[in-house]
Ligand binder design. Structure first.
Ligand code: HEC
Length: 146
């Protein structure tokens, strides 16, 4: 090998090593920010609403705060992002406003039309505390006609 060739190979080799090292450095050094998918905005009313939620056995059908049943009824984590206060107020006064044959209007689930106004307000505040971010499976998807 000529001297010139040797220098050429050494320089190319050094450059290749440097390029690999810098790529590795950037890849390994970059820490993905951990995405928070569901989160909660607690207020006094929301905490009291959660107490009622527990007393009334809502978790026997629903999942919220990552606890309870899923499959029977919608997951309620993210409910406060998916639904606004008007929707929830209407639904808790008369579920039939939004859902024909609602389980919550004389079906197997507690009849929201029979709730005391105070309890209804607290439950609504609990629902509004259950938030989600994009990336969560509980983040709103296009409406299904209701
Ligand atoms: C026996 C099962 C059952 C129980 C217990 C139950 N639910 Fe439900 N819930 C359902 C079903 C089924 C739906 C689906 C929509 C409908 O039928 O109105 C639903 C829907 C909902 C929705 C609307 C979700 C949405 O965004 O579409 C809310 C809010 C809700 N329930 C809150 C509650 C609360 C609060 C309690 C306790 C007081 C409770 N549920 C107890 C079965 C249940």
């Amino acid at each position: 090998m000529k001297k010139g060739e040797r220098i050429f190979f050494i320089v190319t080799g050094v450059l290749a090593v440097l390029a690999t090292a810098s790529t590795l450095w950037r890849t390994l050094g970059r820490e993905e920010p951990r995405q928070i998918k569901d989160y909660y905005e607690w207020s006094d009313a929301a905490i009291r609403g959660y107490e009622i939620y527990k007393q009334m056995g809502c978790k026997n059908c629903h999942k919220a705060l990552r606890m309870g049943e899923s499959g029977v009824a919608p997951v309620l984590d993210g409910e406060g992002t998916r639904r606004n206060k008007d929707w929830l107020t209407d639904y808790f006064h008369n579920p039939l406003t939004w859902v024909t044959d609602s389980a919550h209007a004389g079906g197997m689930a507690p009849d929201f039309r029979e709730l005391e106004e105070k309890d209804r307000e607290l439950l609504i505040e609990f629902m509004r505390a259950l938030k989600s971010n994009p990336g969560s499976s509980n983040y709103p998807r296009p409406p299904e006609g209701r």
